[in-house]
Every structure is written in structure tokens, then in C-alpha cells.
Design a protein around this ligand. Sequence first.
Ligand code: CA
Length: 622
Amino acid sequence: MKKSFVLSLVMIAAGVAAADVAVKGPDGRLEFRLRAENGAPQWSAAYDGRSVAEWSPLGLVTEYGDFTKGVRLGEAKKGRFRDAYSLPQGKRSKVKVEMNTAVVPLLADSAKLGFEVRVGKNDLAFRYFIDKATTVRREVTGFAFASGAKMFATQQSKPMTGFAKTKPSYEETYVYDAELGTKSGSGEGWTFPMLMRLPGADGAKDLWALVSETGTDGNYCGCRLADWEDGCFRIAFPMPGEARGKGSVEPKCAAKTSTPWRTLTVGDSLAPIVETTIAYDVVKPVVPAPKKPYEFGRGSWSWIVWDDASMNAADQRKFIDLAAAMGWEHILIDAFWDRIPAEEFDALLAYAKERNVAVYLWYNSNGDWNDAPQTPKDRFNTRESTEKEMAWLESKGVRGVKVDFWGGDKQFVIAKYCELFEIANKHHIQVIVHGCTLPRGWERMFPNFVGAEALLASENAKFSGWGMGSTPQWAATHPFCRNAFAIAEYGPVFLNKFLRADNKSGVKRITTDAFELATSVTYQNPVQNFALTPNNLTDAPRESIEFMKKVPTVWDETRYVAGYPGKFAVIARRSGKTWYVAGVAAEDVEVEIDLSFAGGTREKIKIARADGFVRTLAAAGM
Ligand code: CA
């Protein structure tokens, strides 16, 4: 008697509260716990017994029940989730999934909210099941990261700000190694994904954790994390002012559906972060597979250096010639192509076709959700206009579209994205989105979703010296955060010395050629639109051009080699029998890397600020 009394006192003193439900990953290192504390549902997570997330709130307030208080847990059903799938757009072509699961009803009065968690080796994901059709008034889901955690995070902007009131568009700067609780500059909190470092005490390794959400479709809105308050980051709905104030902030859910998954990836190095596929592991395709597979690849793109002035048939022919000379698969023709007279435009399409160069065309997503004036617009803002335009694109043999200037994260906008992917898929048209939200599992849900901006992209380098100066830091950030969670259409690889058509004026490039080449590998997107210009065929080093002719855009495998977010990144990607190892640095670094997995050696490398390297290695045993 006395002994157990002492034991329970010790447990209380150590803050170890009993969980009602605990689920561990297959190797037992990552553990998720669930309890109802005085009627409030809560979760926590630990890795190797170290706290990652302390007890954190769970629950929704719906029209049919308040599941944030007075809740008791129903009987947990435990099981195992196994899946195997291919991900043609991605960082890894074939994925095997094995996760332990629990489904637990959250019971309040006579109403029920389902809850499910899946726990893998380094990833966990949880979601709610909505029983009855309802508007979700509020979500209290939170992430109470353990004290001492450091944030690598990018803020949510104020709505209706930025170019032509097109924000939020996930084009914001990051804070690095910021104290837990650091407030966002906008006061609107942080967008997904957010990376946390949990410093190890007494020589223990740091833990890394990436938090995000996936599986978002027209049944919910895109969410963000509000600024740290009362010991956690809480899920927040879109801001009322988004999309010119149109549409509700609160999601309306159909009966017998689920919310998006909230995900947490944890490890004692950055490898599980760089290599995670959790965004895809817990979602399913939502449209039929295409009759013939989508073809991805490399493209030329005049707008990035030659600007709007190049939107004429003569200049576009020069970029078709560039693509053909490089052996690239396509050209992206950006805004204002609709100013090219119809006959000339048809001749341009024929010119591309003769040279075996596929065509992607730019569109403005509007509608009237912002003031972006670029044309063509009003083509994808209604279902009818989208059906009509996609049929026309298919008849013209166009391969894909890049659709810009989206209206934020509200449910009706998320539904627009999904509608566009769905209709485009019927016409075998691929879709890249820009000026957009974070893709949340869409690569697997929609086989024709092939690119998203949702970061400060290469255009910022040509816009200003600030953007150019920030380029190395961004390149050293995204493999660990934004591009770890979803494909990212950054528009990499400038080989001009100056980022204008004359190659003499405008912003001067501060990055080396080696840095630029490396970004073709560190930034991952199945459709890459490179920033090379026709003059680079003769004025860039021969090796650079030869490398750019060969570099793939889809990968069988992706591996973390070394790095630190915002400082440097060394990433390896395998295509068939070849490993591409690429490094970029935002400060001078000297580091030991181990390439034995690729048949290489353990070696010390040095990379200077704004420099980089890329190396190919024959994969051993392939
Ligand atoms: Ca942009």
C-alpha cells in the first residue's frame, strides 16, 4: 500500500500523467498519447521518451456538439495501417507505409466526434470524423511544443496586402531558431509547415519536428497556426478579409466525413524531415488515374529574365529553340500570351510541336478575389468557364497550365483548387499553381497537380537586391521545411550574370554557377521551369549547359546528407542508377559528409557563402 502511494507521488512530481490511449510507431520510438483531462481531450507526443509535444488541446465546436469540454473517451479500436503507392511527381517514386492506429470516439452528451491517429516510425497524423453535417464554429486543436523548442517559421500575412492585394500567398520570410513564443510580425500567426528544433540536454542529439496538415479538400478550409498563446500554437481558420471578404471563415462539413489530417514528423536528425512522405501517406487519390501517365520534365521560361516584354511570338520562338537545344520537354509561356493574335499563336503552337516541345500556359485565377490585372483571367473562376477552357486547351494539344493569384485559404477557394484539378484531369491537362496556398497532399490526390509556388521564388531575385541577397538562405531553408512537405515550383537556375534580357543591367547575380546548378536538385518539383536564357547556350560554361541537359525532375529516392536550416543544405536524390548530390550554402561551412550510401566516401567538404556543388555518383548495386 505504502509503496504504491510513494510511486504515484513520484509520478505526479515528474509530471507524468497517465494516458487513456497510447499508440507507438512500429519501431517503438515515436509515441502518441491521448486523454480526457477533466473532460477536455488532449494529446501529447514523445520520441525515445523525450517530450516533443506536451499535453495539447484537441476538439471542435460544431453545431451538433461541443467537443472541447465535458468529453469522455469511448472505447479505442487499435489496428495497423499498411499501404504501398507510387508517387510519380515526387521525391520518392515508390512508398511503403506502415503505421499503428487507434480510432477513439470523443463523446459529449449524446453526440459523437470520431478521432483517429496513425503513428509511423517518424510521423504521426490525426484527424476528426464529423458525424453530422455541420458548420465547424471553432477548432481548439493545438501544439504545445516542449519548452526550450526553437522555431523555424514563416508568418501568415495580413489579407488583401502585397501586389494587387493578392496575399495571403505564402510568400513571406522565415524566422530561424527563434525562441518558442516569438510573435509573427503580422500578428496573424504562422503558415504550415513549421519546423521546430528541440535542443538536446547533456550531449543528447537535438530533436527536429515538422508540423503541418494534409488531405485538405473542398470539405474544409486551409488552416494556419495562431501565435503561441496559453502554452501552445492553436489551429486558426482563414482570416475574414481573405478573398475580398467573400465566403465564410468557418468550414461547412458534410455528414460522415473527416477533417484534414494534422501531421507531426519527428526525428533525432533532419533526415526524417527531408525524407518524409507523410503528406501523401494518409491521403488517397480522389480523381481517376489518367489513361496515359502524365509526363513531367524541364522547361524554358522567358518571363523570369525577359519579362512581359517577351510576350510576343518572336521571343517565344527563341525560348522554344532554347528548350529544343537543351533537349528539354517543354516551354512555359507566361502572362499576356493572350495578346498574341490568334493566328500567330496557333503558328507558335505548331512551331513548338514540330520541335517536340510541349506547352504550358499561364492564367490568372480570378474572379474578383484580388486586383491582379494580368490576363488571361476569368477563365477558371467558374465551373462552366473552366470546362470550356480545358476543352479548348486539350483541343490545342497544350500540356498544362500555371494558374496564379489565388484568393487565400477559405473553404470556397480550396474547393476551387480541387475543382480545377478535377476538370483539368478529365482533359489530361496538368496544373501548376502560383500565388497560392501550401499544397496539402494534392500530389497524391490529383495526379495532374504538378507544381506550387507558396514560397518566395526566384522572381524575387530579379525584383530586388534584397531577393538576390536572400537567395542562398532560402535555398538552405526549403529542403527542411516548405519543400520537405510538398513539391515547390521555385523557378531555379540563373546562368545570366545580370537578371535582365540584356545581361548587363538589373540585379547582379551574387551566387556562383555551381550554386545555381545545385538548386535544380535541392528544389524539387516534377515540372521545373528553369531561368536559363538563349544567350546562355553560348556564354555559359559548357559543363553547366551539359549538366542542365541531363538533370532529372522526378526522383526514385531522396536523402538528407547534411545541413542546417537557413545555413546550408546537402541533399541527395536518386534517379534510376544515378545519385545527384547537391549542396548550397548561405554562409561559409566546412562539414564532413558521408556518401557511402551512394557508393561514395566519408569526406570533408567546404562550401563558401552563395556557392554550392553538384556531383553525380553511380548508385552501387542498382
Ligand atoms: Ca509569386
